[in-house]
Ligand binder design. Sequence first.
Ligand SMILES: [Zn+2]
Length: 845
Amino acid sequence: MTETTRFYQAFQPDHYQVYLDIDRGTKVISGKTTISGQASTAQIAIHQKDLAVTTVVADGAAVPFTLDQANDALRIELPQAGAVSLTITYTAPLTDTMMGIYPSYYELNGVKEQIIGTQFETNAARQAFPCVDEPEAKATFDLAIKYDERPGETTLSNMPELRVENGVHYFETTVKMSTYLVAFAFGELQSKLTTTKSGVQVGVFGTKAHAAKELDFALDIAKRSIEFYEDFYQTPYPLPHSWQLALPDFSAGAMENWGLVTYREAYLLIDPDNTALQMKQLVATVIAHELAHQWFGDLVTMKWWDDLWLNESFANMMEYVAIDAIEPDWHVWELFQKSDVPAALTRDATDGVQSVHVTVEDPAEIDSLFDGAIVYAKGARMLVMVRALLGDEALRAGLKNYFAAHQYGNATGADLWAALGAASGMDVGAIMQSWLEQPGYPVVSASVVAGQLTISQQQFFIGAGQESGRQWQIPLNSNYDAAPTIMTEKQVVLGDYATLRAATGQPFRLNVGNNSHFIVKYDQTLLADLLQQAPAMDPISQLQILQDLRLLAEGHQISYADLVPLLPKFANSAASLTNAALYRVVNNLKKFVEPDSAAEKNLQAFVDQLSAGQMARLGWTAQAGESIDDQMTRPFILDAAQYAKNPQAIAAAHEIFSANQADLGALPAETRPYILTNEVVHYGSTALFDRLLADYRHSADASYKSSLCFALTKTPDPDLIARLVTAFEDADTIKPQDLRAWYSNVLNNKAGQQAAWDWLRNEWSWLEKTVGGDMEFPTYITVTTGAFRTPERLAEFKAFFEPKINESGLMREIKMDTKVIEGRVALIADEQAAVNAAVADVVAK
Ligand SMILES: [Zn+2]
């Protein structure tokens, strides 16, 4: 399928009247859409997908039309070019694909119920009604919705309801907007409402399967986020209301439909009395992300999907800016350093990765652009670099002008750089060019050459990489004034090292604060100096040292074995940032040991040495008033103790489990996944398994369900694993939206890998049919890759996926992932003996 011409060029809609009659019983949608606009030629095309079009009327007279399914097109012959009003009648199926108009299922008092909702990004509005389904084709919309309505149901859309007449719900005319942001939903819902300082109505909606108090947290965060953005952007929220709706079936995390944001239940509804702080932070950042889009994405929209990054990178940065402003005690930028930064640095080191900005024409390729680690995480890092260079004052002034110039219209990356450049007097576009248009990132090598402190840049790869002479404009953030603000050359000599070292009195450092997208390779002299000071450094510096060394080891630039003796220096840190980086290295060591080998026993003993002190200090139970760092560190320690088979930890968790048998959901959410896992692994039985799986099936608490999935998939029992794999295709047990987590967890269980991998290969066509239309689909390949470490699995991976390389949207993923596994297999072959010897050595001491 190719789409080299945009339909918008031939026909520019300015207003839609969309009438939909949706029958949940027969699963049929009947529609009538009237589009008024300007035709530049007599032959025009409108997007449609799977619509059975019955009539097309132009200005009152029937006109000839053809359906071109290959191009998602309805081709229409008009009598002439010019202003025209088109009326199209059609029917369409209501399907369970989580795209277009679709039902979400849930259980209430033992009865299966449904909510109808929509998901149109990127190009599924055409499945609901005929339209020019391109972000540039902005228009106003009058929505009228009828359905097999029962008393007590609620109907929501982008705008407030105007009236109900003969069972038809009419909504106010929208502002000018893109088709992918149109949304509506109906069903039996509960809600909580509030109003912002400026008078915007804010609401949270969910099914009645949830306790009412689960809506409170989201309502508070949504209200305060909108108030924050109105101030930060100096631009009012553009609509009368902002609804947040939790849908039981939802493919992505959330979707920024203008005025009616939709979420996975797990990312909106939380139990205020028993939710881990990590989860609260995650939910808050998701809400703040979607609400950032209400301006950046909805009010001003990218002109075409190649600038998707403009939407997503920006919202991904702003979610942290906003939550840091409204909940400063959380230090939410630490979450960015622990999750987004390592994700971007790992993915972006693979040869063949996409750049942040990508040209794209084929609609089938658009969904594959949502590479989270690049478009979201790396892109956000680019903008964090820009923010650090500009400062907030210039950033805000630039944004205000950007919104004023492009509101209700479209923009490109160049427009944003122009606005920020005008506000700051800096050529932002020139600096950002090298980061946006080129894939990958540099490693900056710092060394003392003949007494001169010298830095040089080169592209960094994990696995095989084709060196192609790429260079970046790098904000260096050095603690030595001799280093330039922006490194533009391949190599820079900073001066006599001894003199510089004496003058500053500090080890030489680059990328202080870890906000620029590069890593540093210090030579032996500089690294020894740095490591000497490391135990006394701030947590972010410690995280950075461990992170850069880990990446260099993954990239075969230093030996993994050399990292092993450094780890105990960081083991007793109270900072969760340091522990996050430390245990990331530890988890990366696991690939070097064979299951049930002496080397594995040594590694377990090493992990026990690292974690035992913290395990004794923190214990299984949170202390009243303990620090956020302690709360955030505990999961790393419990996970480590579990791997280490620490006997005191195993016994203590069993005791807590036994005391709480009656209501496992009430176990503290922070420690619940580990307590349940401990029980499944060390005290497991079929009865326990049955009970946990039944709890999973019937619970509406996403956080508890996630604990249960975490624990159940750790079972060492092959019969129980077989039962889990059977449940993969039972949507009443595991919803398709949650399946990837189950699959990935079983695959990472050494007792379950074969069964999960066999399932994926045998059931690929089922999987494709069930979630293939969805932008998450290629990530099934990514998680498979994450678990594979042997030449045998590499060969199986290639045998299975190489024949699929030309399937739309999968080529890049298959090529990259093959390189990732090849790189890992080669690394293990080269380093396994040395790493295991280094571990044995530390354990023996
Ligand atoms: Zn987004």
